[in-house]
Design a protein around this ligand. Structure first.
Ligand SMILES: *Cc1c(COP(=O)(O)O)cnc(C)c1O
Length: 430
């Protein structure tokens, strides 16, 4: 079989599953998520101090069953909203196993993060007083998010874009002030964060980021006499969405960062410092698929294949024109002889999973597996046009299929209003 169409289930398995859970749905592989998490941890096991830890960016796949798996593999949670903090709490994470990296943050979220003992990562210098006013005290450990602005350019296709245009973080100048203020307020424990990359496949990008942060740690330590417990490189490790792209070599990143660590930390006799990350996409992205059924075929100026999923189930192609590989189950070995647009049913012309995609000849009833839906897939779902979010399934290590989130029904759609006298107002009652 063509390697690009290698998936973790067979057509027969899916046909069995859809008897119980109709399409569309996302399906994730517990085994592959665990193997990948172990690999990431293994490569960075050399890190001293508090060691290495990835805080899973909850926004990538905000499902407690998935979060529980990555927690068991030693990951924390990176949250940036109240419900994300509640999810972390729900799976039993607390204290410094939660990173709260938010921006433009409402009071209630700082309160919750503090209550959980999370590491609070401030996005702006003005948030020092905002936090103090909100909490009437300060946490014992504090982190700031650095935005290098013009000091750092990122590659094309990077979703965050140029740091100078990004709304996040403090300038370099502000950073020194911010740590000084915190030191004067009696804070003794510090971290330094940045998040520049997004879906980045160039290994150098992460090495450069580590170098930039470790240099800053040295400078700030010298200037202010404070001690850093960790640097947080943010998330952003990319995944090969396109068949011709290559997976990031984590071992290579780790080896290069290790050299810089020895040079900056060990040789300068600085205390051991932990390396933290906040990857989401690479943790779950490749290990989920959106399964959808072909319900229509249409031939006008172009040839269309209509499926029962839509942009509400996976927004990336419609929103960013992102490529998601499509496998027609059972036709993996057939030549890709037909050019189609694969479309959903939204009244929006960008509701297309693929444009001008070469696929084997499609028949109504064919099952499509849309790759890499494990991150920013279900999570970006919405209800525009009255479309409902799908179910999420987990293929467990023991081969069982578990429903980890039900598909929405019209009842869910009606739940947030109660229009009197309507035939459907009863739906809002409970
Ligand atoms: C989105 C985000 C992440 C995770 O990014 P991935 O691309 O999923 O690795 C981590 N930290 C912050 C602050 C983010 O906004």
């Amino acid at each position: 079989m063509n390697k690009d169409d290698d998936v973790f289930f067979t057509k027969e398995q899916i046909e069995k599953i859809i008897k119980k859970y109709p399409t569309p749905f996302h399906i994730y592989s517990e085994k592959l998520i665990r193997e990948n998490a172990k690999k990431l941890n293994k490569y960075f096991s050399w890190v001293r101090g508090r060691g290495f830890k990835n805080f899973f960016a909850v926004k990538a796949c905000p499902n407690p069953f998935i979060m529980e798996i990555v927690k068991e593999e030693g990951m924390g949670a990176d949250c940036s909203s109240l419900p994300e903090l509640m999810l972390a709490e729900a799976i039993g994470l607390k204290g410094e196993n939660i990173m709260f990296t938010s921006n433009n943050t409402p009071e209630i979220e700082y309160k919750k993060a503090f209550e959980l003992g999370a590491i609070i990562n401030l996005d702006d210098i003005t948030h020092i007083s905002f936090l103090e006013k909100t909490l009437r005290k300060l946490p014992k450990i504090i982190c700031f998010r650095y935005n290098p602005g013009p000091l750092r350019k990122t590659s094309k296709g990077n979703v965050i874009g140029n740091p100078e245009e990004a709304k996040y973080g403090l300038t370099k100048e502000q950073l020194f002030d911010a740590y000084r203020i915190m030191k004067n307020k009696g804070i003794k424990r510090f971290g330094l964060h940045t998040m520049i990359a997004s879906n980045e496949l160039r290994e150098e990008a992460f090495v450069e980021t580590a170098k930039m942060l470790l240099n800053l740690v040295v400078d700030i330590t010298k200037k202010l006499g404070i001690t850093f417990e960790f640097i947080n490189l943010g998330g952003g490790i990319g995944i090969p969405y396109k068949p011709e792209q290559k997976e990031v070599d984590l071992n290579n990143i780790s080896e290069e960062i290790k050299k810089i660590y020895e040079e900056k930390i060990t040789k300068n006799n600085l205390p051991d410092i932990a390396i933290l990350m906040e990857n989401g996409r690479m943790v779950t992205g490749p290990f989920g698929y959106l399964i959808t059924k072909v319900i229509h075929e249409k031939h006008i100026y172009k040839d269309y294949v209509g499926v029962d999923a839509c942009m509400a189930n996976l927004m990336r192609p419609g929103m960013y024109g992102a490529y998601h590989h499509i496998t027609v189950l059972g036709k993996e070995n057939k030549p890709r002889t037909h050019k189609y647009d694969v479309v959903g049913s939204l009244c929006e012309n960008n509701d297309k999973f693929a444009i001008d995609r070469m696929l084997p000849k499609i028949e109504i009833g064919d099952l499509l597996a849309i790759h890499n839906s494990g991150a920013h897939g279900y999570a970006m779902g919405f209800n525009y046009n009255g479309k409902l979010r799908s179910a999420e399934l987990l293929l467990k290590e023991n081969g069982e299929v578990k429903l980890i989130r039900k598909a929405e029904t019209p009842k869910d759609y009606f739940k947030t209003f109660n229009f009197p006298g309507s035939k459907y107002s009863f739906l809002a009652k409970n």
